[in-house]
Ligand binder design. Structure first.
Ligand code: ATP
Ligand code: FE2
Length: 331
């Protein structure tokens, strides 16, 4: 079957086309446009305007790149949430228009679950992982347990990507700051003490952000601060992930979200996995970041498990929790 997926939870508007059965997903195309605010953080309305401007072209481009015809599409999927209301509404509206014009079923999916399923669908031997999902707005450790995807740990304040972007802005970097901080961190030598706040299985980043800003004001080297931020936050993320693996007795860990592109994070998680006799997996970068292909794939899995959604039911849910959906597509 062929599924087209529209992703639009935050900065990115993406459209992907996949071909799949219930086991494996083949990505035929995955195109994306990223809204970059000229200064400051993301403005939801402006991001939605950006998405509205590009969505029609992206849909055509994804179909052309996939070398299919619109009539080959079996199902239209979109990100139902969580995310920013105006952005979600823009993507959902496009999905409804496409579904109605092609006369094909529609399926709204959970964005966070899609990050996990795309790993299972595209990576050999990745069957039942604990997902460390680290993006701009989201930081969650997710795994399948008793019929649902459950959150075993998450941020209590901002996402790790936001933390990196906020610090980056204070030192004059442009969005996205994560990759530039990664480069600077490579040149850091001195570890500066930062708050390492894990509460139960959850993590907080804002105290660390304030402390890092103080170091900057006090003239510490930028490279050393970046290095220390990475070492501290990634160690905390790895610790929570390891505890979730121990608790659920799973021996696979999957990375997802934009921050998963970071080599230092990948290395730390991989070392933790090897130390406990487990395996770590990282999807290709285009499947780690927010993308339409993962939405297309989860929509197909849900549809094939017998789930259906009418146009009236295809509303968005800004606060769509990871554990709200009964996972009927796996046992
Ligand atoms: P959402 O939270 O809705 O999934 P998003 O649009 O913030 O959305 P992504 O596209 O998954 O998410 O990720 C963007 C984030 O990833 C930004 O915060 C960016 O700084 C960070 N990022 C990208 N590359 C790297 C890297 N190499 N190291 C660290 N962070 C990175
Ligand atoms: Fe995401």
């Amino acid at each position: 079957m062929i599924s087209i997926g529209i992703e639009g939870t935050a900065h990115s508007i993406g459209v992907g086309v996949i071909h799949g059965n219930n086991e494996k997903c083949k990505v035929l195309s995955n195109v994306i446009k990223i809204y970059k605010p000229k200064k400051g953080g993301i403005h939801p309305r402006e991001a939605a305007n950006h998405h509205a401007e590009y969505i029609a072209d992206l849909i055509s481009e994804s179909v052309n790149k996939a070398k299919i015809d619109f009539k080959d599409v079996d199902i239209v999927s979109f990100s139902k949430g969580p995310g920013l209301g105006p952005c979600l509404r823009t993507a959902a509206t496009a999905a409804r228009a496409l579904s109605l014009s092609l006369d094909k079923p529609i399926m709204g999916v959970n964005h966070c679950v899609a990050h996990l399923e795309i790993g299972r669908g595209t990576l050999n031997d990745c069957k039942d992982p604990v997902l460390l999902y680290t993006s701009g707005a989201n930081t969650q450790v997710i795994a399948f347990a008793e019929g649902k995807y459950r959150v075993f740990g998450e941020t209590l304040d901002i996402g790790i990507g936001n933390c990196l972007d906020k610090f980056g802005r204070t030192i004059g970097l442009n969005f996205p700051c994560g990759p530039k901080i990664e480069e600077l961190a490579l040149k850091g030598k001195k570890y500066l003490e930062l708050p390492y706040s894990i509460k139960g299985m959850d993590i907080a980043f804002s105290g660390l952000l304030t402390a890092a800003e103080h170091y900057n004001k006090n003239g510490e080297k930028i490279e050393d601060i970046c290095y220390s931020i990475q070492e501290t936050t990634f160690a905390a993320l790895t610790e929570v992930t390891e505890r979730a693996m121990a608790h659920t007795e799973k021996d696979e860990v999957l990375l997802g979200g934009g921050v998963a592109a970071n080599q230092r994070l990948q290395k730390m998680v991989n070392k933790m996995a090897i130390d406990r006799g487990a395996h770590s997996f990282v999807p290709s970068k285009d499947l780690c970041i927010d993308n339409g292909a993962m939405i297309a794939w989860l929509g197909l899995l849900m549809y094939n498990s017998g789930m259906r959604m009418s146009i009236e039911q295809s509303y968005i849910d800004q606060r769509f929790r990871t554990d709200m959906e009964d996972v009927s597509w796996r046992d």
